[in-house]
Design a protein around this ligand. Structure first.
Ligand code: GSH
Length: 200
């Protein structure tokens, strides 16, 4: 197994899913969480001037989805066939579309505009998205096949991140999506990781 060093800020953000994927695969990694003040010095040393980055035996890669796909393959969570892998990518890429909208309200500096954007997101954008994803999930609570994949983990990670920024639990009333969440959080590696992450 290669040696892995993941670098990101201290919060959940984009790296939350990557840490979960390592945990699900019970793959050892160095979990480097930097302070904001350390970023200007690190930025020029990264491939695209952004984090997360993953160092794999000395080679640095960036882009969250590329990193996620690599860990998912190592963890056996990338889909069992090329078609399943494409179905996983479909879910994961759809989540990227939602992330763009989250970033839009997240980085808004004007407080009034920020609240308006959050309201629009919580009342319109997210419910429409969740209705679509509810249809895509199976009744066993998986997006692809009948086993856990990183599509499920990526979905859970984004919902976990969102719950701190929205007035209500986003998954309320979505039976299949709640099952996806339960399947993710009952994975032994993830359960142990979440316990550690949320205990402080
Ligand atoms: N498409 C990239 C976006 C990465 C990104 O925007 N990272 C932010 C942190 S969440 C960053 O590096 N910001 C600092 C900067 O751009 O200087 C990915 O998915 O990894």
């Amino acid at each position: 197994m290669p040696s892995y060093k993941l670098t990101y800020f201290k919060h959940w953000g984009r790296a939350g899913v990557l840490r979960l994927l390592f945990a699900a695969g019970e793959i050892e990694f160095e979990d480097v969480r930097i302070e904001r003040e350390q970023w200007p010095e690190l930025k020029p040393k990264t491939p695209m001037g952004q984090i997360p980055i993953l160092e794999v035996d000395g080679t640095i890669i960036c882009q969250t989805k590329a990193i996620g796909r690599l860990i998912a393959k190592e963890a056996g969570l990338a889909g069992k066939t090329p078609l399943e892998a494409a179905q996983v990518d479909m879910i994961v890429d759809g989540l990227s579309d939602l992330q763009v909208k989250i970033v839009d309200f997240f980085i808004e500096k004007d407080e009034k505009k920020k609240q308006e954007k959050i309201k629009e997101f919580a009342e319109k954008t997210l419910p429409m998205f969740l209705d679509t994803y509810e249809k895509l999930a199976s009744s066993s609570g998986h997006f692809v096949g009948d086993a856990l994949t990183w599509a499920d983990v990526d979905f859970f990670s984004l919902m976990f991140f969102l719950k701190d920024h929205l007035p209500n639990d986003p998954l309320k009333g979505h039976v299949k999506l709640t099952k996806v969440k339960d399947n993710v959080t009952s994975n032994p590696g993830i359960a142990a990781w979440m316990e550690k992450e949320t205990s402080h």
